[in-house]
Design a protein around this ligand. Sequence first.
Ligand code: SAH
Ligand code: SF4
Length: 389
Amino acid sequence: MTANLLDFDLEGLAVFCEGLGEKRFRATQLFRWIHQRGASDFDQMSDLAKSLREKLKNTAHIAALPVLTQHISADGTIKWLFDVGDGNAVESVFIPEDDRGTLCVSSQAGCAVGCRFCSTGHQGFSRNLSTAEILAQLWFAEHFLRKHLNTEERVISNVVMMGMGEPLQNYSALVPALKAMLDDHGYGLSRRRVTVSTSGVVPMIDRLAQDCPVALAVSLHAPNDGLRDVLVPLNRKYPIDELLQACERYLAHAPRDFITFEYCMLDGVNDQPEHARQLIELVQRHGHQGLRCKFNLIPFNPFPASGLHRSPQARVQEFAKTLLDAGIVTTVRKTRGDDIDAACGQLAGDVRDRTRVQERMSTQRQAQEQVIRFTPLSSSSASAKDPSQ
Ligand code: SAH
Ligand code: SF4
């Protein structure tokens, strides 16, 4: 088994190159070929010595994840379902906007946290993704989009770890992936354009502050422990006060930043005026003069097994107004890609449990008209069939 070079940040690749008896700067060249140029074939890497290319062919490979399906929404949102083996699939979503292109990335197959309103949570936990499997989503999407849009320019300007899984429960694979995203020789994204979203793994929030203080989003969803214990079971381990204290410590490492609180609006559950008032009290109680934060209200994406409903729009607006009137920056998330079930947080789409993933994968393998298979873009045998063309 040779090493998948997508598994390394630049430092890891330098160590790998040293192991081959090569100078560290070779790693920089290699890293640029892989991430900036989308190369997967060592023979393409014309400025690397032939002897190094031969060594690499014997010891390494650069492997994309097989694409099971690709759906392009009328609004330009694109959702990919990637095969990660053993009947597991993960999703990534590209969301184009006027001034940015955001990729929503998965960190685990399934999730162990088991939030009441989340279809990934309902699937249970299968396994952590490797760094290569996390980075492969960005690598594939970026280079697919450049080709698709016929541009040499960077297309993805923002990454949000808001796909399937709890990124801070897969910390050791997450951090090298984040570092490759930030690296000037990799994707060159600024620290504020890479967001880790967490349900509140307090010790790992502290470690992230030390290791890679990117933008932090916290899935709050409830203003008190009684309700949050039910909606986000991890709250029983790390209750709200501890979580908000971790947010304060995080901001001490990122002085000009703010925490984004995600709040999924559930009809009759967490959307009452009382809940908004409790939230205001909560953020005012933390931090120096209140916690530096922003609220993002997310319309719930319903799925039958949840037994929950989306709050009516008027109630969401009223809730937003209460927060705004208290001086808290509040936005309501636009739903994007509804026609392809692509809204972040709903990434499992209609894949409701692992059995169904397996069933779906086998039927889709048979139903050729629905399966779009890609080989890595740089490969000369690439035969990407793009349904939009
Ligand atoms: N595990 C991480 C990141 C993935 S979920 C976390 O929980 O933060 C990304 C966001 O989508 C989270 O805020 C999550 O609570 C939200 N979400 C999950 N299911 C949803 C649904 N059905 N409708 C709307 N938002 C949802
Ligand atoms: Fe896991 Fe996040 Fe879904 Fe909760 S909302 S089950 S933490 S993916």
